[in-house]
Design a protein around this ligand. Structure first.
Ligand code: SF4
Length: 343
């Protein structure tokens, strides 16, 4: 069974949300309900969109420049990102993602689904302008952010790396019957030291990301060790690995100790919850699953921020049958704000 912390977090929030996100959603247009679940799973509110743009600027654009040992032009990068942001807004506004000939790879960087267009969430022009100006401001201030190495700016830290690898999602670690395969934002080597970095793109301090980083650290450590063994190199020690959360909104850095105790705690967390997903899906195909077996949550705040709220309400009102014209009528009539999810 493949396990990820985001799946676990979704499962803990609401079983029905887990069903939409991880059992039903599918990018093919063959089954309209599955395609709708996919579009909603992709959709973002304006804050999430801002975060995804900042993350993309770092992970996909900036790190590639440092990998080539070039000096980034931050103004040019800000211009490029603003162009991408505007193209994404237009793509979403025209709802091109609903076009049957459209795929994510065809749309490329322009692909985007915003809840203001898909679910009719309210917004003003100035909300969008604020996203553009925040994006520019953050990209311009990157070089001066502090870094995990004392006395070095983030620019100096990245340019003095021996090795940088962003967006690793192909490393895994087998823990009993569970396959851990986290998304690792960045691995950086300098000399013997190995840094595993998780970018944060939200102003909120409320979430605890430590387990996510411990699991990323475990997977990175075991894969780097395996690779060193294969090449006959000296093996890394646990003490060579450090875990950092870097908040790209404000430059704040938080280190999480990579110790025997902390990693055992994270694995224990996986062990305790490993059966929950299995009990719900039992590796069945989507059409063998019954939505009624997936309970709705009674936490109102979870529903308020749920991407699947429109689909969830539509199915409740329609006896769990998906009727696309009725679904769009519900969204267009702006009934969602007034309608509550009830079991
Ligand atoms: S709207 Fe609420 S009950 Fe429905 S899927 Fe989302 S979180 Fe669960």
């Amino acid at each position: 069974m493949e396990w990820s912390i985001s799946k676990l977090s979704c499962l803990r929030q609401c079983h029905r949300k887990f069903f939409f996100a991880h059992e039903l959603a599918d990018y093919h247009f063959t089954h309209p309900i599955r395609r709708k679940a996919f579009e909603l799973a992709q959709s973002k509110n304006l804050k999430m969109w801002q975060g995804s743009l900042i993350d993309y600027a770092f992970s996909d654009k900036l790190i590639a420049i440092y990998q080539r040992k070039q000096r980034p032009d931050f103004n040019a990068l800000a211009d490029e990102m603003l162009d991408i942001a505007r193209r994404q807004f237009a793509f979403s506004e025209q709802q091109l993602y609903r076009d049957k000939g459209m795929t994510k790879s065809k749309a490329g960087e322009a692909f985007q689904v915003l809840d203001i267009h898909e679910s009719g969430a309210p917004y003003t022009e100035s909300d969008v302008e604020t996203i553009y100006s925040t994006l520019r401001q953050i990209i311009i201030q990157i070089p001066e952010y502090p870094s995990p190495e004392m006395g070095k700016s983030l620019h100096e830290y990245l340019s003095s790396s021996n090795y940088l690898q962003p967006n690793i999602n192909y490393w895994h670690y087998q823990f009993g019957e569970v396959r851990l395969k986290p998304q690792i934002d960045l691995v950086r080597y300098s000399g013997k030291s190995i840094h595993v970095i998780d970018w944060k793109v939200s102003d909120s301090y409320s979430s605890d990301y430590s387990n996510q980083l411990y699991l990323a650290g475990i997977v990175a450590y075991h894969n780097i060790k395996k690779d060193a063994e294969k090449k006959g190199w000296g093996l890394p020690a646990r003490g060579d690995v450090s875990l950092f959360e870097i908040n790209l909104m404000n430059g704040n850095i938080k280190e999480h100790a990579f110790t025997r105790e902390s990693t055992a705690g994270a694995l224990d967390h996986v062990y305790r919850f490993r059966n929950e997903q299995e009990q719900l899906s039992s590796d069945k195909k989507w059409n063998e699953l019954n939505i009624e077996d997936y309970e709705t949550t009674d936490k109102r705040e979870t529903c308020v921020f749920c991407k699947f709220k429109s689909l969830c309400i539509h199915l409740i009102l329609n006896n769990n049958r998906y009727d696309e014209p009725e679904y769009y009528k519900l969204v267009q009539n702006h009934q969602l704000a007034k309608t509550q999810v009830s079991v």
